[in-house]
Structure formats: C-alpha cells, structure tokens
Write a protein that binds this ligand. Sequence first.
Ligand SMILES: N[C@@H](CCC(=O)N[C@@H](CS)C(=O)NCC(=O)O)C(=O)O
Length: 228
Amino acid sequence: MMKLYYHPSPNPLKIALFLEETGMEYELVPVDTRKGEQHDPAFLAINPNAKTPALTDGDAVIFDSTAILLYLAEKSGKYVPTDNTAKAQMLSWLMFVATGIGPYSGQCVHFRHIAPEPKEYALNRYDFEAHRHWQLINDQLEGKKYMLGDEYTIVDMAVWGWARAVPFILGGEDAFAALPNVKRLLDDINARPAAQRAEAVKDKFAFKADMDDEAKKAMFPQNARLKG
Ligand SMILES: N[C@@H](CCC(=O)N[C@@H](CS)C(=O)NCC(=O)O)C(=O)O
C-alpha cells in the first residue's frame, strides 16, 4: 500500500486531498517536523530534502508535492486534463504554484511571524511578492470555476493547499477582500467531502502545535550559525 509521509501543512495537504478525492488506499506516516522528525535518517532516505510530503508506492519513492501530484495523476488518470492545450496550462500553473506561491508564501509567513527584527526589508519583499502571486491566481480564476476552466484538476488541489492559509500569509482575514476568486475556489473545495477528510487527517495524530525553541531548531537550522 502507498505510504504518505505527512504533516498537517500546506504541501502535504494537497496530497491528502488528491488521495481522498480518488479513494486510493494509503497509509499515513506522521512526520512531526516541529519535533525534528524530518531529519531522522530513515526519513532522509525517502526525502533527502527533509521536508514533507513524501510518498512511497512499492519501490517507487517520490518527494515534493508537485512531483507527487503528477505521479498520482498519471497513475490514476484522474484530475489531469488529456487535451494538449489544457495540459500545457496545467503544467504552467502547477509550476507557478510550486516555484511562486509556495516559496514566496512560505517566506512571507517566516518574515511576518517568525523572524526577529530588523526585518522590514525582507518582509516588504516577500509580502509584495506573495500579494503579487496571489493576485495572479485571482486573475486566472476570473470568469472560471477552476484554475483551468470547468474541470477540477491537480492545479486546484495545489492552490487549495496554500489558499487555506492566505490570511496567515498576507496578514489578516481582509486579505481575501482583494482575492474574491481565490476565496470562492477555497470555499468550493472546502465544501467537498474529500477536503474535509483531508483536513481531518491531522486529528489522527497528536502533532506538536507549539513553535517553541525545539521546533525552531528543527525547522530553521540555519539560525545555529548566528549564535555564539
Ligand atoms: N517543494 C516542497 C516543499 C516542502 C515543504 O517545504 N514542506 C514543509 C511543510 S509545507 C515542511 O516539511 N517543512 C519542514 C521544515 O522545513 O523543516 C514541496 O512542495 O513538497
């Protein structure tokens, strides 16, 4: 059976959503990143990048949420367009989420909520870029039900993983006021039973909630270079 190495965070949630939508069987393996379990040698053998999610499927080992979405879409033939024109758009937007939305939103969260002062320059850069990236998603959704049109695809799942956190990323509930299409997509996917099951996955394990010194040490090892 497939094993999903999981933490209840944006990137792993995309995969839980896909698996719940398709009903593919999988076993959940918790990786508590706030306890540093992403650095365990057994997990590093699966994902040398020390991040969640990762997936094993027999001898196949896949890490990175975009790679996993593409792998599962190909394996199941689901939530992926067959038409060449739509496929071109799917790859473009999938990579936009992977290289734009994810990294810039992640850094925006880091500098807004975690980094010590002074941080005005860095926060301004990532806040600006995160707003710009989300605006592009909002514009793409104008007049469309889903990112590629009428069809619900892995691009929507990739966007959903991060869209849930937009207020935290951009600094407040009113962030959605300028992103009505993003909010509509989020509400639409949140209403799907598979999304509710994907969200509920986190309740099966007691993941560490505190972003305390242990968690910061595990997740931001670069800070060790600043001390002493
Ligand atoms: N490009 C990777 C990014 C993975 C990633 O950053 N995962 C986060 C959770 S959303 C994580 O495991 N963070 C733990 C850490 O940085 O130590 C993907 O899309 O899977």
